[in-house]
Design a protein around this ligand. Structure first.
Ligand SMILES: [Zn+2]
Length: 307
């Protein structure tokens, strides 16, 4: 099991070999998110705890999490790999080097400039890493969000509302506040907005001076939901779920059992054949609701496996 210092050494080696070099080959068979393009230059390699992030000059960021099994190897071109090819999750090639990530459970990319840009929000939101951030301004921006039906999970990532929250913290903050990630931002009461902002700022500021992100003391690794899909929630023992959420899609981890605050009302979708079948009798409606629930869950699983 790789410890943080192992990842930091791997990051240092990758940095030396890759940063400033042009990428001549890229392969990631189960990648979630946009692929960096051949010909682009690798700009940075950063380790945070067991997370490793590689950034290209077109703002694509590759995020890998090692958990128990993952590791990064660096090879000279033509050198024999120490693990079988079928375990490779990411292969990054430069003229001289081949960097291979084996068996990492999380391999996803996103665009670092992919935050929503609204004309109403000309400038970035307050930086939650600063002790004197303006909580009222953050709450004002959240409550007057130009698209009130956007989910709070998406809005937490919009740096025009608050600055500093990335994918790990948005999952952890929503869990800590027991807020349903699909809650429409326009329906959140002020008290919930204040709590989300304060919790995010507390987490970010508590983690400023060490590299491992720790948001809870209850689980190994220090994270309550992020990267813990299919494991038990420490608060309710429910099973932590994973889904692709938002535009562009990012991996969202959450506990459907206990994150029920501000849960959105289920939508009636007339285009759904199951919804059209709804029997006016309450028992019939319940039966169809269960079917839709199962249908929805199965379609999520298919999407994840197909990606
Ligand atoms: Zn739970």
């Amino acid at each position: 099991m790789p410890e943080g210092d192992t990842i930091h050494r791997a990051a240092a080696a990758l940095r030396t070999a890759l940063v400033g070099r042009q990428m001549v080959g890229f392969d990631a068979p189960r990648l979630t998110g946009p692929a960096p393009r051949v010909g682009r230059t690798i700009e940075s390699v950063d380790a945070h705890g067991k997370h490793l992030e590689i950034t290209w000059d077109d703002e694509i960021v590759l995020h890998t999490h090692m958990r128990m099994t993952g590791s990064w190897h660096l090879y000279r071109r033509g050198e024999k790999w120490r693990k079988p090819r079928r375990l490779a999750r990411v292969v990054i090639e430069t003229v001289e080097w081949v960097a291979v990530c084996f068996s990492a459970p999380i391999v996803e990319t996103y665009r670092s400039d992919s935050f929503v840009r609204h004309p109403n929000f000309g400038r970035l939101g307050p930086d939650l890493c600063k002790a004197d951030y303006d909580v009222d301004e953050c709450v004002r921006r959240m409550m007057s969000y130009p698209e009130p039906t956007k989910s709070i999970a998406e809005v937490m990532l919009d740096q025009h509302v608050v600055c500093g929250v990335g994918n790990v913290y948005r999952c952890e903050v929503l869990w800590a506040c027991e807020v349903h990630p699909h809650a429409e931002v326009g329906t959140l009461p002020q008290s919930a907005c204040v709590e989300l902002v304060r919790t995010a700022a507390d987490m970010l500021q508590a983690n400023l001076h060490h590299t491992a992100r720790i948001t809870t003391v209850g689980t190994p690794g220090g994270l309550a939901v992020y990267g813990r899909n299919n494991q038990r929630c420490e608060r309710c023992q429910g099973i932590i779920a994973i889904e692709q959420h938002g535009q562009p899609p990012r991996l969202l981890y959450w506990c459907p059992e206990c994150q029920t605050r501000c849960q959105p009302a289920p939508k009636r979708d007339d285009s759904n054949p199951l919804a059209r079948m709804t029997d006016p009798h309450p028992a019939g409606a319940q039966f169809v609701a269960n079917l839709i629930d199962e249908y929805g869950r199965f379609s999520d699983v298919d999407e994840l496996e197909a990606s």
